[in-house]
Design a protein around this ligand. Structure first.
Ligand code: ARG
Length: 565
């Protein structure tokens, strides 16, 4: 149900009946109930173009506006706005259609496109830390959303598995266990120790550098050891994905090393296009207006982060055939992406009409407003954070009701992980984000728990009522009118959030919907004695559609619902 489109079509028809040439203009949600459900301010915009008084245009429109199906009432307001009220009978019938549809009336795109979503991208040999959390959560939601809307989504986990640190790790492995048969469970400690040796001992450092060259030239023994580090490290990441409930698998991994064989041709292609300049021995691309060039090859022949990203862009556009490529990466890499996107287009690696976007997000901060750290000042490990979320969730719900140990554990996982995800998704993603357990695990406010609670509350109604769901929705009062309008906005909200890559538009919507439902439910009892059958059924149907919408919305955010809370 593209609600705005339906309203816009009515207006378009009025324009054509009035003989006024219109422009594609859209209604917007009314800012106050007394302004109706939607407002149209196109008459204002048109007045300039047509040299007519806006009220005159609005009056002409009004005379030709069909108020029999979608709209019930329209009023001119102020200098030439038109306030619009939806027809309650139409609203009711559309809600019923949505409720019976497994997609809740959300159409799958007529022309789906191929979209690459690049997210998570942890660096191997180190543990994932909170910095990768936001990318993983926001990226997964974006991928879910686009998939739901019908696009063909290709998830790409651009893991950092190539670089000088691996020479160091291998050198250390050789030093402490010549046979290489060492348990690398605590890879992070191992990394720290190796780094310590690297920094203190010149001989060790030289050895490490030799190993880097060996790996890069394909030495099979070194590659075998390197692979071992990657496997263990990736295993750690997968544990986090599993706990987090995100849809990333091994198949989605296209590591930096995947592009190794493409790097020399990236350089030669850039050269053939006349884009390369030698500077201090390095190969660079200078972009007009940019002070710093993009360095694509160092003096010693080594390639850089940007070179790999250029190869990845070429692969994604040309081999995968992506029409939109979205990078969910920390805002601090904004400069990098701006540059590689430009180079990729100028070099013809990516066709001009492919949409390249950096879905930037801010830094995660502690309550003190400083970058999120452990009490001792170290980086917070993701896996520990997620475990803590479950423990905190348990404390939150433990005193609410009595659960069995098993129930409590399962519930705490859903609530704790949901809270971490929701809190991250609910803010404007470009803002820095203050991590606060108490706020995210509150039953009140814009939290996942509030949404899960609203959902469970509706399910409790259906535990008491399990009769047939047959009857009609009857819009009986202003609250029901608003609730049904809100329900029908779902598709518009999803589409807008997909264009803007803004999950917080979904959370804002869900919060408004749940709040509205709670008010509706307080004022309009459903199963109470004295409520007549027709009204009861109508309210049950609205409650059911509300629950389904909340559940679908949360599902896109990667958050589960529970029937009982
Ligand atoms: N490994 C990178 C980091 O931790 C993120 C990778 C993002 N993706 C990309 N194609 N550059 O900063």
């Amino acid at each position: 149900m593209k609600l705005k489109l339906q309203i816009n079509n009515v207006i378009k028809e009025a324009f054509s009946k009035a003989g006024i040439e219109d422009e594609p203009m859209s209604v917007s949600e009314a800012t106050k109930p007394e302004f109706g459900d939607f407002q149209f301010n196109g008459a204002m915009a048109l007045s300039k173009k047509l040299g007519k008084n806006p009220r005159e245009i609005a009056t002409q429109l009004m005379e030709n506006l069909d108020l029999t199906v979608v709209l019930a009432k329209a009023e001119i307001a102020g200098p030439g706005f038109i306030n619009l009220w939806l027809n309650p009978f139409w609203l009711a019938s559309q809600c019923e259609l949505a409720r019976k549809d497994s997609r809740l009336g959300v159409e799958a795109r007529e022309t789906p496109i191929k979209v690459v979503v690049d997210y998570s991208g942890p660096n191997m040999a180190k543990q994932m830390h909170v910095g990768h959390l936001r990318s993983t959560i926001i990226g997964d939601t974006l991928a879910n959303l686009l998939t739901y809307l019908g696009d063909e989504v290709i998830r790409q986990n651009h893991i950092g598995d190539w670089g000088t640190q691996f020479g160091m790790l291998i050198a250390y492995l050789e030093e402490i266990h010549e046979d290489g048969a060492v348990s690398l469970k605590d890879l992070e400690q191992f990394y720290k120790d190796a780094k310590g040796r690297f920094d203190e001992d010149e001989g060790f450092a030289n050895k490490a550098r030799e190993y880097v060259v060996k790996i890069q030239s394909g030495d099979s023994h070194c590659l075998e050891l390197w692979q071992k580090f990657i496997d263990i490290s990736l295993g750690h990441c997968e544990e986090v994905y599993e706990k987090l409930g995100v849809n990333l698998t091994r198949e989605d991994v296209r590591a930096e090393s995947f592009y190794n064989d493409d790097l020399s041709s990236v350089i030669s292609d850039l050269d053939a296009k006349g884009l390369l300049t030698q500077s201090d021995g390095a190969q660079c691309v200078f972009l007009e207006g940019d002070e710093v060039p993009v360095i694509v090859q160092k003096g010693d022949g080594g390639y850089l982060y940007a070179t790999t990203d250029l190869a990845a862009l070429r692969y994604r556009a040309q081999t995968l055939g992506a029409q939109r490529i979205s990078y969910v990466v920390d805002a601090r890499q904004g400069g990098h992406f701006k540059q590689v996107f430009r180079v990729a287009k100028e070099a013809g690696f990516v066709p001009q009409d492919v949409k390249l976007e950096h879905i930037a997000f801010g830094t995660m901060m502690g309550k003190d407003g400083k970058p999120f750290k452990t009490r001792e000042g170290g980086t917070v490990k993701l896996i520990e954070l997620l475990d803590e979320a479950v423990v905190k969730a348990k404390e939150t719900i433990n005193d609410k009701e009595s659960y069995s140990e098993e129930e409590l554990e399962a519930l705490a996982k859903i609530i704790g992980i949901g809270a971490v995800k929701y809190a991250d998704l609910a803010i404007n993603r470009e803002s820095n984000y203050i991590f606060n357990w108490d706020k995210m695990l509150s039953f009140e406010g814009n939290t996942s728990l509030y949404m899960q609670y609203a959902y469970a509350r509706i399910q409790s109604i259906f535990r008491k009522y399990d009769g047939p769901m047959e009857g009609d929705i009857i819009i009986g009062d202003a609250l029901e009118h608003r609730l049904s309008t809100m329900l029908l906005r779902f598709e518009d909200v999803l589409n807008r959030a997909a264009v803007d890559a803004a999950p917080n538009q979904i959370t804002t919507y869900l919060y408004e919907l749940a709040t509205l439902f709670m008010r509706f439910y307080e004022q309009n009892p459903i199963l109470k004695e004295g409520v007549d059958e027709a009204t009861k059924m109508s309210r049950l149907l609205l409650a059911d559609l509300t629950a389904k919408t909340i559940q679908q919305g949360l599902d896109i955010l990667g958050i589960e619902t529970v029937d009982k809370l």
